[in-house]
Ligand binder design. Structure first.
Ligand SMILES: CCCCCCCCCCCCC[C@@H](O)CC(=O)SCCNC(=O)CCNC(=O)[C@H](O)C(C)(C)COP(=O)(O)OP(=O)(O)OC[C@H]1O[C@@H](n2cnc3c(N)ncnc32)[C@H](O)[C@@H]1OP(=O)(O)O
Length: 242
């Protein structure tokens, strides 16, 4: 009897130690990840400002920062993994939609359709994304280090109220501007007849993507409003399961 109690205690201690090591490792990785992402988006912000100050125009700005943008935005896929393995208490779906829609914008719209790279709407979403990500990743970093300045917390849970709709406007205007070029070039489309007997029209796919903002964006926005109430006003929020 005594020995089984002792066994239980030893097992419990081992489990606790394992859990502590896991959580220390997760915290170390997340701190590194968030510092790297803050730095990446700061580099992008500085590169954009330098370009504009030197050239006095936004034309050519996208091309000048394209590589860095593609790298850091694509790397954000790791965040979906964080949610999936449970080191972050956020919905995989919410994070997945947010990250995938950005990656889609970068790779399958702005990077693929050169003719739209100098549109003002591209600059709009780039500036908005950059401001958001510098605030968001620095919030996570300082939070993990237990030294969170109030203005960063305030910015994280207030700026999105303006930045989220602005970002969406920039993204939708960019996709809209891409439509005529997609139709003319037939990029990523498959017309019949072909050996697979399959047809796919990227033009209509983009229209569906634009329409999908109508049900999806409010969900992301209201999720952030709930987070805001929880963090800034201490409200207990019961989230529905994925
Ligand atoms: C394939 C084709 C797809 C086509 C789809 C087309 C439809 C798309 C519609 C979608 C439109 C999106 C448009 C968008 O791109 C426009 C913009 O982004 S504009 C710029 C403004 N944007 C924002 O403000 C973004 C706001 N969104 C987010 O912050 C995140 O993406 C979101 C996933 C929504 C955040 O939600 P989350 O639940 O993570 O909120 P919190 O930040 O409050 O975090 C919750 C807790 O998790 C901890 N956490 C999260 N991440 C980390 C991390 N990296 N490191 C450490 N800790 C982290 C956080 O601290 C919280 O912890 P606690 O609960 O303890 O406080």
């Amino acid at each position: 009897m005594a020995s089984s109690e002792e066994d239980g205690t030893v097992e419990e201690k081992e489990n606790n130690n394992k859990r502590r090591t896991k959580s220390a490792l997760a915290t170390a990785w997340l701190t590194f990840y968030n510092i790297a992402m803050t730095a990446g988006w700061l580099v992008l912000a500085i590169a954009m400002m330098r370009f504009y100050i030197q050239k006095g125009t936004h034309k050519g700005l996208y091309r000048s920062i394209a590589r860095t943008l593609k790298f850091f935005q694509t790397f954000a896929l790791v965040e979906v993994g964080h949610c999936a393995i449970g080191i972050i208490r956020t919905s995989v779906i919410v994070t997945g939609v947010q990250v995938c829609s950005r990656i889609f914008m970068v790779w399958f719209i702005t990077n693929s359709i050169r003719q739209i790279q100098n549109e003002e709407s591209v600059i709009l979403f780039l500036v908005v994304w950059t401001m958001t990500e510098i605030t968001r990743y620095s919030y996570y970093t300082f939070n993990l280090l237990h030294h969170l300045p109030y203005f960063i917390k305030w910015a994280r849970y207030n700026l999105f109220i303006v930045l989220y709709p602005l970002g969406v406007i920039g993204e939708l205007m960019t996709i809209y501007a891409a439509l005529p070029f997609v139709r003319r070039s037939g990029i990523y489309s498959m017309r019949l007849p072909n050996k697979y007997n399959v047809s796919f029209d990227y033009y209509y796919c983009l229209i569906i993507v634009m329409l999908s903002y109508i049900p999806l964006f409010p969900q992301l926005f209201f999720h952030m409003l709930r987070q805001r109430r929880r963090v800034l006003h201490g409200e207990v929020i019961v989230e529905k399961d994925d």
